[in-house]
Design a protein around this ligand. Structure first.
Ligand code: GLC
Length: 651
């Protein structure tokens, strides 16, 4: 009891010290603070209850919420209020995103504003700028090895330029997403440098060990993330004369979140980012943030407790910033990132629909929707009020992380099916005349696992078709690219395009000449944008024109209908034809049927498929081709051309 009183008194003191106007200007903040306090205390207790500095660290955390709130400029607070009034602002069909490297897309932060019109023409109003904070050249992992969380890397520009860009974007009705890389730091981060110099306080920010006993115990149950370029999960550091946990590359040191000071530092960083004006914070690799021997060190319950605690902190201090958990995990695990039990829809607001992304590639290679449909039982469980990032390609590889059971239930042999997919996309098998041009990433001979690298265009056959000068194959690959984009744009969630895909960039092999990148073939699909190519999108008849205009039209169709907001209103039609994926989006009486033919042959869907839905429509109007179809008898079909799709409105 006395502890409780003391804490309450200390909180009151904190309010006084920071001159909070409880009844006046700061009332909303104080209300949020008190609403969340029981949860914050409970979650903190779960993680750090037995830690000797638990009480003082909790108060520090609470103080940083006050400071984070007080550091928020008025225009951002107003933006918070507007988002709150709108309610679930991020579910809107008006948002359409693109992910990009500032340097490879525009050159620098300074030149970014001049490129915004290209994005706005396309219909993109939400930008994910890949990591911008200081990261050592050559040991950067594309910016995911951060050596200073608050200094923009001079390669991109300055913090002031980032803020100026954000202001320009907000002024033009755009939204901004940035990363927080909280699982690890660069080995050149100040904390790691101090740890190397022997400072025990900072060695405790990481997992360091003087001998192999505990590392060996960990290794028994931990998988390898980059088995080719960075095997194992520990690295010997000669300066420190200790082993350090490095789950990703050996220059990325894993932070130890069982130390509350690490949490404190990272929450402060997140609020700092929030006050730069970020609308959505991408939490990098959250599945990994808690480690325990005897486990895979992924998806542990404490990782969820941490994320819930982070969500409460952000909700109190800077409520307009939503959270995306970049957990690329099995379908059964992903749902937990939206929160469970008392915390449903109170953990991450967004997750990547990585399973569906991979299944799109499965359908494209096999021409068969059955594995995809088997996986839906898990995917459709997403709670209302949360959303997916939907995408065909991003900066990472394509992991075929869905369950073997889904493949088996679809009547296929999981081993052979995965081998087929890997061969199809990497062109590594001799028996396949595959149109795709990609490569295997992180092959692990011990487990047989491998992921896939390559741009959307190259994986859809454009690279090969261009090389061969094969006109019909070029047309077919354009059709495939648009099919893939259409599928992720209408799927439900916030579509996130990847820069360059809007004009069909093929693999960029120049990374092989750069020793800081050559060990990581994900760079083949992170192109240095050629603006001459981009500008060809203005010339009718070019492939860039076709792709840009097609993508633009898809985004415009999505924006024009409220039922494409993420209202958790997705269901799948009966697979009367296994080549056609049929998605239904509903709002009240309204419906749209989105049909995608993943086959290289024409495919027909019986008209009964529509009647089966209790739909008495006699006409179906396609928003994509502007064709009006009369619904025919059950034994006749709506025929989709190879890789064709339709967005049908019943009339
Ligand atoms: C995330 C990033 C990936 C990076 C990894 C390690 O998965 O998307 O690019 O390599 O985290 O930070």
């Amino acid at each position: 009891m006395s502890v409780e009183i003391t804490r309450t008194e200390k909180i009151t003191q904190l309010f006084q010290v920071h001159s909070l106007d409880i009844q006046g200007a700061d009332r909303d903040f104080v209300t949020r603070f008190h609403n969340s306090l029981p949860k914050i205390q409970g979650l903190f207790q779960e993680l750090y209850g037995v830690h000797e500095e638990a009480e003082s660290q909790l108060l520090e955390l609470l103080q940083s919420l006050i400071l984070g709130y007080q550091g928020r400029e008025e225009s951002l607070r107003e933006r918070d209020r507007n988002k709150d009034a709108e309610g679930n602002w991020f579910l809107s069909q008006n948002l359409a995103g693109m992910s990009m490297y500032v340097d490879r897309f525009a050159g620098s932060l300074k030149t970014m504003p001049s490129k915004l019109s290209h994005l706005q023409d396309l219909g993109v109003n939400f930008l994910h700028l890949m990591p911008l904070f200081e990261s050592p050249q050559g040991e950067s992992d594309g910016g995911y090895a951060v050596s200073n969380f608050r200094k923009v890397d001079p390669r991109f520009g300055t913090l002031e330029e980032l803020i100026a860009l954000r202001k320009t974007m907000h002024g033009q009705g755009m939204f901004l997403m940035l990363d927080i890389v909280l699982n690890h730091t660069s080995h050149l981060h100040e904390w790691a440098m101090k740890a190397k110099a022997g400072d025990q306080e900072y060695q405790n920010y990481y997992y360091t060990y003087e001998n192999r006993w505990i590392p060996n115990e960990f290794e028994q149950a931990m998988p390898e993330i980059f088995p080719e370029s960075a095997p194992g999960n520990f690295t010997w550091n000669e300066e420190m004369k200790r082993w350090v946990m490095t789950v990703f590359h050996n220059y990325q040191w894993d932070l130890n979140f069982s130390n509350p000071k690490v949490l404190q530092a990272m929450v402060e960083t997140m609020l700092f980012y929030a006050n730069l004006g970020i609308d959505l914070l991408r939490i990098d690799a959250p599945a990994f943030i808690w480690k325990q021997t005897g486990t895979s060190c992924q998806n542990l319950p404490q990782a969820h407790t941490l994320l819930r605690l982070i969500k409460q902190c952000v909700q109190v201090a800077t409520p307009g910033m939503a959270l995306l958990g970049e957990a690329i995990v099995a379908p059964k695990d992903i749902m937990n990132y939206f929160g469970t039990g008392d915390y449903v829809a109170q953990e991450c607001d967004f997750a990547y629909n990585a399973t569906q992304m991979a299944l799109q590639w499965d359908m494209l290679a096999s021409g068969d929707t059955s594995v995809m449909l088997q996986a839906q039982a898990d995917i459709l469980r997403k709670p209302y009020g949360t959303s997916w990032i939907t995408y065909s390609r991003c900066h990472d590889d394509i992991g075929l992380g869905y369950e073997d059971a889904s493949i088996a239930q679809a009547g296929k042999d999981p081993y052979l099916h995965r081998r087929f997919l890997k061969e199809y996309y990497s062109f590594s098998g001799e028996q396949w005349m595959s149109p795709a041009r990609g490569a295997l990433f992180s092959s692990n001979p011990k487990t047989g696992d491998a992921r896939i690298s390559g741009t959307l265009a190259s994986l859809c056959g454009l690279e090969k078709a261009l090389y061969e000068g094969n006109g019909p194959a070029i047309e077919q690959s354009i059709q495939k690219i648009l099919l893939m984009q259409a599928h992720s744009i209408f799927l439900g969630g916030l579509p996130m395009l990847f820069y360059g895909d809007e004009v069909g960039c093929t693999n960029d092999y120049r990374y092989q000449q750069d020793p800081g990148k050559s060990y990581d073939n994900r760079w083949m699909h992170r192109p240095l944008l050629d603006w001459e190519k981009v500008n060809r999108r203005k010339t009718e008849g070019t492939l860039e024109y076709q792709l840009f205009e097609g993508t633009k039209k898809l985004l415009a169709i999505r924006k024009s209908m409220e039922l494409f907001a993420d209202l958790s209103n997705v269901s799948w039609m009966t697979p009367h034809n296994r080549h056609i994926a049929g998605l239904i989006r509903r709002k009240g009486e309204e419906r749209r049927y989105c049909l995608f033919n993943f086959s290289d042959q024409p495919a027909g869907l019986t008209w009964y498929a529509f009647r089966e839905q209790g739909e008495s429509a006699t006409q179906l109007l396609d928003s994509w081709t502007q064709t009006n179809y009369s619904v025919g008898p059950d034994h006749e079909h709506l025929v989709l051309e190879p890789y064709g799709f339709r967005i049908l409105e019943p009339r």
